[in-house]
Design a protein around this ligand. Structure first.
Ligand code: ZN
Length: 308
């Protein structure tokens, strides 16, 4: 795809915030070329917060954005759906500080985008191309971005419970792979952490409707898991959303070990701290082959065939 895209028309969905527990309405609206992805708080006069690493706010348990003391939280699953499906420009309007958690995955956002479809814009797409390896190591976690012709993900997690253990997923990301492999993977949490999170005013909206709850020896959700390795798939989904804060689709490979929102953000910061590690490239303009030109070429082909 070489031209920028937005939504064909507006679409909304309503849910609750995972951490606040409050009801919130999210609206996705078409935006012009080169607008990017920006959040607007309709309850606060519509101040825009661009979804870029410059505006990174909270990175514990979720990814948040902040501008002039106004913030939006838990943006990662929505950003993952928007960028993985190739949407360059969109206004994300919220009437509350937190993106609704829906079922804990990106599935509802994919559905909403599919409901209205995409529209092409008269401007070439821009990509952030990785030119050399950038890596970050912190507290047993490791992450890196490497040059790659496409967008490759390689995510591994390692939890000290046999219910998760070591899991790894590796894939080339495109809209089809995102829909099939990552979009439906849900947020997860440990029952033993719940009281501590609640005491800190977090996860107040968490329930079995939007979180895979891990007990001492079993998954609490009656329906079980959507994939045997749903946990690492969700981590990969989070990484897609967090890396969307690069501000443009990445041409590169991302690898992480025992990572999370904080590590993903640190890798992006390390990337932008090194001007030799990346460059912005523009897709060649889409050139329409006109009918006249086509019949001329067909004539030329016929002529050539006759002569040989
Ligand atoms: Zn997540």
């Amino acid at each position: 795809m070489s031209v920028q895209r937005t939504l064909r028309r507006s679409v909304s969905c309503t849910g609750i915030g995972l951490h606040s527990g409050n009801k919130v309405t999210l609206s996705l609206k078409p935006a012009p070329a080169d607008y990017g992805i920006r959040f607007q708080r309709s309850d606060l006069g519509g101040l825009e917060i661009p979804a870029t690493v410059t505006h990174l706010g909270g990175i514990q348990y979720q990814t948040g954005l902040t501008r002039e003391a106004v913030s939006v939280e838990t943006v990662e699953h929505l950003l993952a759906a928007l960028t993985a499906l190739g949407i360059d420009n969109v206004i994300v309007e919220l009437n509350h500080p937190e993106v609704p958690i829906m079922d804990g995955s990106a599935a509802r956002f994919v559905e909403a985008i599919d409901e209205v479809g995409l529209a092409e814009l008269e401007a070439p797409r821009r990509f952030l191309k990785i030119l050399k390896r950038v890596s970050v190591e912190e507290a047993g976690a490791y992450g890196e971005l490497l040059p790659y012709n496409g967008f490759h993900l390689d995510v591994e997690i390692d939890f000290d419970t046999p219910l998760i253990g070591t899991q790894r997923i590796e894939l080339d990301l495109n809209p089809g792979a995102f829909r099939r492999e990552l979009a439906r993977a849900r947020t997860f949490g440990f029952m033993k952490d719940v009281e501590r999170l609640w005491a800190a005013g977090l996860a107040l909206g968490a329930s079995l409707e939007n979180t895979v709850a891990i007990g001492d020896d079993r998954i609490i959700n009656r329906e079980g898991l959507r994939f045997p390795d749903e946990f690492v798939r969700h981590k990969a989904l989070d990484a897609v959303g967090d890396l969307a804060l690069a501000g443009a689709p990445i041409l590169g490979a991302f690898r992480s070990r025992r990572g999370g929102h904080r590590l993903n953000a640190l890798v992006l910061k390390a990337l932008f701290a090194d001007p030799e590690a990346w460059t912005m490239i523009e897709a060649p303009r889409y050139r329409e082959v006109r009918h006249a030109e086509l019949s001329h070429r067909l004539a030329a082909a016929n002529f050539a065939a006759e002569r040989s």
